[in-house]
Design a protein around this ligand. Structure first.
Ligand code: AMP
Ligand code: MG
Length: 492
């Protein structure tokens, strides 16, 4: 069904629930096209995140009302909103893809408090490249759950305010139904925005974009002798730290193309992502990723490669080439230090102790060799340290002797350095609840039948993943056998 011919959106009442400030629209039309959302028939609520609504200052009674449903399904415009679709480019699977852009996303505007609101799935734009501009309910639920889950884990991410659904059919491998996610972030600018203007040799537009990002998000760079090199350095560090957190959490993004890399170091554009079940460093979560470019163990290097792409794009602005090279070169050390800090916390170590690095690496090799369930291992270990009973951890290994040897060696290390594991730190660093694929699948199956209860409960549990939530113990167990047959592609 083509809804492009439906009536254009009307203003969503006269109440102004949000105050806007000039945002990216002020940059000028080289950066975007004004596009109104394409209305969807018979919109309905799927989910709303009260925390994100509060972040925006949106009152609960307003979020419950018809004006909100109309605005966040693309059927009406919020007063003062002037939606735009932005142009960007990107390297997809290592190959320059040329012009991309918001093909199904629209930036509604930027609030006075500096949060941008974006509809995803709100219809075609000049950047849709022949696609339908829509998103399906399944992928919208995955994005909503994942952004909530990463935020709950303390990993930087775009947020999701709500999902609206519609019975409008959307064709993917099968016919599904449409949904719109409203995303929130201080900025949705990607590495690919810079790459686009560098590719077009539009150096002044490139400079304008860099000045905008520095002015809005990295004003400290202005105090540096070479602000554009400082920008690159900061983004390199943020990216390294983000991916360190992904690795420690066992999170795989699935499509780390440069157009999916946030200039703020946020997790952005959830597609075929996955949290690790049985630990396998070579795991590929994206079924379309034939050669494993974005496999779990490749993510740190891909982040580095993507930073190099950003560096190349910024080069026309960076007078100081050695500084740019230094920004790229610093990535591996920042990644490693951040990764080790995350892993030390998982092991309950308050600081460093000599030899812990080798023990961390050896432990990960052990988990990989035995394909031990990643979240369950860490949570059981946290309880084992708290209670002094390691049997439930040992039971996870077929080769018990290998585990015993690692444990003994680690205990000797602790004794030598006079350190002890802190079980409270471990329980705050090793979540009981993780958004495993099969859990998302449960929420999706129920939602397709019109029952949003599982989605709501799962989202609430994942917002506080380190808490016990005894009513939901079943979600903290091993995945069922059918979980390993779930396949995820880029189709969304
Ligand atoms: P992604 O793989 O989701 O990061 O998307 C890559 C590019 O394809 C972006 O420019 C998207 O806006 C665009 N895109 C993906 N799906 C659609 C769709 N259904 N309609 C229009 N554009 C899309
Ligand atoms: Mg994308």
């Amino acid at each position: 069904m083509n809804h492009a011919s439906a009536a254009p959106p009307r203003p969503a009442g006269t109440d102004a629930p949000l105050r806007w400030r000039p945002g990216l629209a002020a940059l000028g039309e080289a950066f975007y096209t004004r596009v109104a959302p394409t209305p969807l028939p018979d919109p309905y609520w799927v989910a709303r995140d009260g925390q994100v609504a509060a972040l925006l200052g949106l009152p609960t009674h307003w979020m419950d009302g018809a004006q909100a449903l109309a605005a966040f399904s693309g059927n009406a415009l919020l007063p003062g909103s002037d939606p735009i679709a932005m142009v960007y480019g990107g390297h997809q699977f290592g190959v320059w893809a040329g012009q991309l852009g918001d093909g199904r996303a629209l930036l509604l505007g930027e609030t006075a408090a500096g949060q941008q609101l974006q509809l995803k799935g709100s219809g075609r734009t000049p950047y849709s490249r022949g696609a339908d501009g829509r998103a399906v309910l399944r992928s919208s639920i995955r994005e909503y759950l994942a952004s909530g889950a990463l935020h709950g884990l303390g990993i930087p991410t775009t947020r999701a305010l709500c999902i609206t659904g519609s019975p409008a059919p959307v064709r993917r491998e099968t016919v599904e139904t449409a949904a719109v996610v409203t995303r929130v972030a201080p900025s949705f600018i990607r590495f690919g925005h810079f790459e686009f203007f560098a590719w077009r040799r539009q150096t002044e537009a490139l400079r304008q974009l860099a000045n905008h990002v520095i002015g809005r998000h990295y004003p400290e760079c202005l105090a540096q002798p070479h602000p554009y090199a400082a920008l690159l350095q900061t983004v390199s560090e943020r990216t390294a730290r983000l991916i360190a957190q992904w690795q420690a959490a066992g999170f795989m993004h699935g499509v780390m193309n440069t157009d999916n890399m946030s200039i703020l170091g946020l997790t952005l554009d959830y597609g075929p992502f996955q949290f690790m079940d049985a630990f396998d460093v070579h795991h590929i979560c994206n079924h379309s990723d034939q050669f494993g470019r974005y496999a779990y163990d490749q993510q740190p290097d891909v982040g580095h490669w993507n930073v190099a792409c950003l560096a190349r794009a910024l080069l026309p602005l960076i007078e100081d080439v050695p500084a740019a090279q230094a920004a790229i070169a610093s990535y591996p050390a920042v990644f490693r230090a951040s990764y080790l800090a995350c892993m030390r916390a998982k092991l309950g170590l308050d600081g460093t102790c000599e030899g812990d690095e080798a023990h961390i690496d050896a432990l990960l090799r052990l988990l990989d060799g035995a394909h031990v369930d990643y979240p369950i291992f860490w949570r059981r270990l946290s309880h084992a340290v708290a209670q002094g009973n390691f049997t439930p951890v040992r039971d996870l290994f077929l080769d018990r002797a290998a585990w015993d040897a690692w444990k003994l060696s680690f205990q000797e290390l602790l004794a030598r350095s006079g350190k002890a594991q802190n079980p409270d730190l471990m329980l705050k660093s090793n979540p009981k609840y993780v958004l495993r694929n099969y859990l998302a699948e449960h929420a999706i199956r129920d939602a397709k039948l019109g029952d949003f209860g599982t989605l709501q409960s799962l989202h609430a549990v994942l917002a506080r993943p380190f808490d016990e939530h005894p009513d939901h113990d079943a979600w903290a167990g091993f995945p069922p056998d059918w979980a390993s047959s779930l396949t995820l592609s880029c189709s969304s």
